[in-house]
Design a protein around this ligand. Structure first.
Ligand code: ADP
Length: 666
């Protein structure tokens, strides 16, 4: 029996001397082995050391095995200890058999499987295998770590069952289930990214590939799932994208800043181009278009917060007509959040349509079809900034755009910057215009003043020459003939003194150097005195005068200054009175006084009426009427110094009535 098996069996004693052998023919060994020592038989072509070591181990009581090449065959040798009845090791029992091809295959397979397992376990990628019903069969270490599962707890369970057990990964496992279904539906490999939150608060981003395996009949066999953790890569990508975005934003901001500064410097060049006020206004309106919108208006504020729209412009020439219609309107200062607020607060304002409405009401007044024009131009958002120069709010610069929500913070800043330059340019142009007007007024005044001074001087000289002639004639003149000349000289001298006093008063009033010398004054008496002094002038001009005075119109006033007031008014009433009767009255009123001077003369046109109390302001030509245009200015200043007021009612050809009211004391 033993001889039939393809093996070599032997028994040795403790010296490893062959005691009995079987199958040595199979092994290709010489027939007579008994009595020989193992190491003699093994010879040089075997691996005696491994063989001897195995036998030594067996002699030590432990079985051992080894493989060795023998005559180009792979031989597997197993050595066991041989015991006697008392359990003492007396030698070894060895069996050597050829390792068959099948065995070799199995061996190789085992090695490969082990390699594969090692590979699977050591790979950082997560690997899962599920059966056709979605039950987890295998998962490598990385795969288990992702869900914090231990090796024992997952096998044989589906995603849904695992989701029930692991509350934390519930959602992630349900998502896995969903994506498994998609993989099955696709019938081939699918790829997607899954985010698996981790108990430490972070999340892992995993690129998952699912490969469904099918039986030839189409039935589900299993699912292979490979997951690669791409969290770091994704974070790096996100960081790179963020940096890229940051850089882009910074570059865009730099480009925008460059464009804006270029825009501002070109605007400054335009503004510096002209000192002409109107040209500057037009330039200001055009300046920001289309950079800051499609339409622009310049509104200037008067002292009483009333505005006037002085210029508008539209970026498109074809719309200039419609845009101009908005120039006629004065923005409604009652509209909350409108231009008036910008003037009042000196702060920019973004203008928006009313909720649910169209058009921006704050851009115009609501009379006429102005709001329709705003709608027609499609203006849907606006920005109004104050025009402030040298601490004075001049008005507003308002832009409007067809784009809703057009104006951002940087636009507001840019418009403010532009408005600051525009206001300065406008103010410079205004100052230049005023200085030009002042120069012109000065020249005009000088020519009027020299004319005014020359007239009495000429008359004065004529009188003196007449007297000289009389003196040189040698004959004693009759005083009667001399008297008119002397009276004329006196009158002209007085006139000259009055003119010069007026000029001095103006300069004193302007520098607030006039002090009232207050005392108890009876106004009726003052007026009577002045009227008396004008007796000659009234007679010469054939002007009748009626005087009505109440008694005891008393107050603490400056007598001489009140005389000056009445003198100036009466002088004008005679000069412009066309010899029509003059009515003068003085009466008590509220403890103070009211003085009225009414003439029936040439009157004053309504256009000139608001100006006659101004310095050098006249409503007549100097060719027809002499005068410096200072009388009424001085009157008003003196009356106001007394705390009083002056009013005038007049119309051309109907005469004028001046009414002065004085409180009992200033
Ligand atoms: P002046 O008489 O020297 O021109 P005023 O300051 O006294 O200057 O008066 C200013 C202007 O007001 C005058 O030039 C004249 O046109 C107008 N005016 C003043 N008083 C009268 C009056 N009583 N009737 C008509 N016009 C007058």
């Amino acid at each position: 029996m033993l001889f039939q098996i393809p093996a070599f069996l032997y028994l040795t004693d403790r010296e490893l001397r062959f005691i009995a052998t079987a199958g040595s023919e199979w092994a290709g060994l010489e027939l007579e082995l008994e009595g020989k020592l193992l190491h003699e038989v093994l010879g040089a072509d075997a691996e005696p050391s491994r063989a001897l070591a195995a036998h030594q181990r067996a002699l030590g009581g432990e079985p051992a095995s080894y493989e060795t090449e023998w005559s180009h065959r792979l031989i597997s040798v197993r050595v066991e200890p041989a015991f006697d009845e008392e359990g003492r090791c007396v030698g070894t029992i060895g069996i050597a058999a050829e390792v068959s091809a099948r065995q070799r295959e199995i061996e190789e397979l085992r090695t490969n499987a082990e390699r594969l397992r090692t590979l699977l376990e050591t790979t950082p990628d997560a690997i899962y295998m599920k059966d056709g019903e979605g039950r987890w069969l295998e998962a490598n270490e990385a795969g288990l770590q992702l869900f914090h599962f231990s090796r024992s707890e997952y096998q044989g369970l589906t995603d849904l069952e695992l989701a029930r057990r692991h509350a934390f990964f519930r959602d992630a496992l349900l998502a896995c289930y969903q994506s498994d279904q998609q993989a099955w539906a696709a019938g081939g490999p699918t790829r997607r990214e899954e985010i698996i939150p981790q108990p430490d608060g972070d999340s892992r981003i995993v690129a998952v590939t699912k490969v469904p395996l099918l039986h030839p009949n189409g039935q589900r066999k299993g699912l292979v799932i490979l997951g690669r953790d791409i969290t770091r890569r994704r974070l790096a990508e996100q960081e790179r994208a963020r940096l890229l975005h940051q850089e882009k934003v910074a570059r865009a901001a730099a480009e925008e800043a460059r464009r804006r500064s270029e825009f501002l410097s070109s605007a400054s060049r335009v503004l510096a181009d002209s000192l002409d006020y109107d040209a500057t206004l037009t330039a200001v309106a055009r300046l920001g278009l289309p950079f800051l919108g499609e339409w622009c208006a310049v509104d200037l504020a008067g002292e009483d917060l009333r505005t006037s729209r002085v210029a508008t412009a539209h970026a498109e020439p074809s719309k200039a007509g419609s845009a101009r219609r908005l120039e006629e309107c004065v923005p409604d200062l009652e509209v909350a959040g409108g231009i008036a607020e910008v003037i009042r607060t000196r702060r920019p304002l973004v203008l928006t349509p009313p909720p649910g409405g169209e058009g921006v009401p704050a851009l115009c007044c609501h009379e006429g079809a102005h709001l329709d024009t705003v709608r027609e131009l499609g203006l849907r958002s606006g920005l109004s900034v104050p025009l402030v120069a040298r601490g004075r709010t001049m008005g507003t610069l308002t832009y409007a755009s067809v784009r809703p929500d057009r104006y951002r913070d940087e636009d507001v800043r840019l418009a403010e910057d532009l408005a600051w330059r525009a206001a300065l340019a406008l103010d410079n142009a205004r100052l230049y215009r005023e200085s030009q007007e002042a120069i012109q007024a000065r020249d005009e005044f000088l020519s009027i003043a020299s004319h005014e001074l020359r007239t009495p001087i000429t008359a004065l000289r004529l009188g003196i020459q007449r007297l000289l002639r009389l003196a040189r004639g040698g004959a004693e003149p009759a005083w009667k003939t001399v008297a008119p000349s002397l009276e004329g000289i006196e009158r002209q001298g007085k006139r000259l003194a009055l003119l010069i006093d007026s000029l001095l008063d103006v300069s004193r009033l302007q520098s607030h150097r006039i002090q009232l010398d207050l005392e108890e004054v009876e106004l009726s008496a003052v007026v009577r005195d002045v009227v008396e002094q004008f007796g000659g002038a009234l007679a010469r001009t054939h002007t009748p005068l009626s005087l009505r005075t109440e008694a005891s119109v008393v107050g603490r006033w400056d007598r001489l200054r009140l005389e000056q007031v009445v003198t100036n008014l009466l002088d004008n009433a005679i000069k412009y009175g066309a010899s029509a009767p003059i009515e003068v009255s003085v009466a008590r009123e509220n403890g103070g006084a009211v003085l009225t001077l009414k003439d029936g003369g040439i009157g004053i046109s309504s256009e000139r009426l608001p100006f006659i109390f101004g310095r050098f302001e006249r409503a007549v030509s100097s060719r027809h009427y002499g005068g410096l245009g200072l009388g009424l200015y001085i009157v008003r200043q003196l009356v106001e110094l007394h705390g009083g007021s002056i009013q005038v009612e007049s119309s051309p050809g109907q005469g004028s009535t001046f009414t002065i009211r004085l409180p009992p004391h200033p």
